[in-house]
Write a protein that binds this ligand. Structure first.
Ligand SMILES: *Cc1c(COP(=O)(O)O)cnc(C)c1O
Length: 456
């Protein structure tokens, strides 16, 4: 008899709607985003500058469910439902009584959860008459997802990629070009923002904040383009809830239910995607789960940031969001989990932390790689550096079960595979991967960039 390992659903079981946690939150609506010029809540008309109407509704609406359009589900069917896998070999390696499961998003064509939102954003922009997409990318996962999504809908894509990553990860660019996208290292000569920075710093390594400003400028000069977002926004978190909805059905097949749900948190989208449907069950009177959000110790947004209105972009072109922030001028050390190097986080994650629904944890990157290697040796799958943060904490919880002699069911999100991140693993094996400490002075300087506003 085989031990049950994979919990698979049929294509027909791909969720038909996205789940909106805002419908079930106690204690009033989410704080609105603010117009930086007026300090007033952003209006629908102002949002319409960058977003098609369906996305605006999904961003601020309070319906519990938003229907997934058929053309989007049809594309999801290329890789969804993603598998829920019982990590039995890891359990044995840890000699733990805990049952460990992971939801594996690395089966998506670009290797992470990001196309779950890239596809609907491309679709709605196409319906709105846009013929191309423009965006920024850090490590390249979002750029790849945008390139794929644009290609599926016959649109062009231009991706401003942080120069240091562009140089370190040439294969990400090649993947984007395979899908027909144009990938430009940022800062570039193509925009006024980029030219101004290059004039002053010809060797600028770039940053996500700069790349965002370039993408927004390019968007602003060409009305045929749509601007798309890879994380943090409410509608992005919403699109990712296909992950947790599938997991709930898969746990029914496994005749089990998680006590603990773990996810890595950059902008918060894969964590929200996995955890929000479970939290919804809890808020509606179902079983309680303990949800852990894992961030890098070098970019401790949730554990050392403050909750305040701040800009999501360094260039201060976009709105202000009420969120945990280290200050929009915070430049995180170059840890390899590029997707987790964000000074702020999705406002919905902040709200769930404030409501006591999610507990934040920070871990240093070498301990994450250690767990990533242990996981790869036990289960075979090489995790993305971001995902190793979730692996680390899942392993720690399983070890605690062993020490306490208790059995718990642990679910973690394996948000992507690490096949494009092998240079980071090479550095880890060579012993040259460092745990950059957060410098208190740098944190204080960045915190000073948070706008002074009336208490929130
Ligand atoms: C982008 C990315 C992340 C971080 O983004 P979230 O919005 O916090 O999920 C995590 N893991 C992988 C594999 C990513 O590509």
């Amino acid at each position: 008899m085989l031990e049950r390992t994979k919990f698979l659903l049929d294509e027909q079981d791909i969720p038909t709607s996205w789940y909106n946690l805002a419908a079930d939150l106690k204690g009033g609506p989410l704080a609105p985003a603010l117009n930086p010029a007026t300090g007033e809540p952003l209006t629908r008309d102002e949002m319409a500058y960058t977003m098609p109407e369906q996305l605006i509704e999904q961003e601020i609406g309070t319906e519990r469910e938003y229907e997934i359009p058929d053309p989007v589900r049809q594309i999801y069917a290329l890789w969804r439902p993603s598998p829920l896998i019982r990590a039995r070999r890891l359990e044995r390696a840890l000699d733990t009584p805990a049952r460990i499961y992971y939801k594996y998003e690395g089966v998506a064509p670009t290797g992470s959860h990001k196309p779950n939102t890239g596809i609907p954003q491309a679709y709605y922009n196409k319906l709105a008459g846009k013929t191309g997409l423009v965006t920024e990318t850090g490590a390249g996962q979002w750029g790849s997802a945008t390139a794929l999504s644009a290609n599926f809908f016959g649109m062009t894509a231009k991706v401003y990629m942080v120069r240091v990553s562009f140089e370190q990860k040439p294969y990400r660019r090649a993947l984007m070009e395979t899908y027909g996208a144009v990938c430009v290292p940022s800062p570039s000569e193509e925009t006024a923002v980029g030219r101004a920075i290059l004039a002053e710093h010809p060797d600028s390594p770039g940053s996500l904040g700069i790349a965002t400003s370039e993408a927004l400028e390019a968007f602003g000069t060409d009305p045929s383009l749509g601007y798309v977002l890879g994380s943090a926004a409410n509608h992005v978190l919403l699109h990712q809830t296909v992950i947790g909805q599938e997991a709930i059905r898969q746990f029914a097949l496994a005749d089990d239910y998680p006590d603990i749900v773990v996810g890595c948190a950059g902008g918060g989208s894969n964590l929200a995607g996995l955890a929000f449907p479970f939290l919804g069950e809890q808020l509606r009177g179902g079983r309680a789960v303990r949800v852990l959000a894992v961030e890098p110790a070098a970019c401790p947004t949730l554990t050392q940031g403050v909750v305040a209105y701040d800009y999501a972009d360094t260039g201060r072109l976009g709105p202000l969001f009420r969120m945990h922030t280290l200050g929009h001028e915070f430049v995180p050390p170059p840890v390899h989990a590029g997707g987790l190097r964000a000074h702020g986080i999705g406002p919905m994650i902040t709200r769930t932390v404030e409501d006591g629904l999610i507990e934040p944890v920070a871990v240093p990157q070498t301990r994450c790689f250690e767990a990533g290697v242990q996981f790869a040796r036990a289960e075979g799958v090489l995790p993305a550096p971001e995902s190793t943060h979730a692996v680390r904490v899942a392993v720690d919880e399983a070890i605690r079960c062993r020490e306490e002699g208790t059995s718990r069911t642990i679910l973690f999100g394996l948000s992507g595979h690490g096949h494009f991140d092998l240079v980071a693993y090479q550095k880890y094996f060579a012993g040259i991967l460092e745990d950059d400490a957060v410098d208190a002075a740098a944190l204080a300087r960045a915190a000073a960039s948070i706008p002074r506003m009336a208490a929130v």
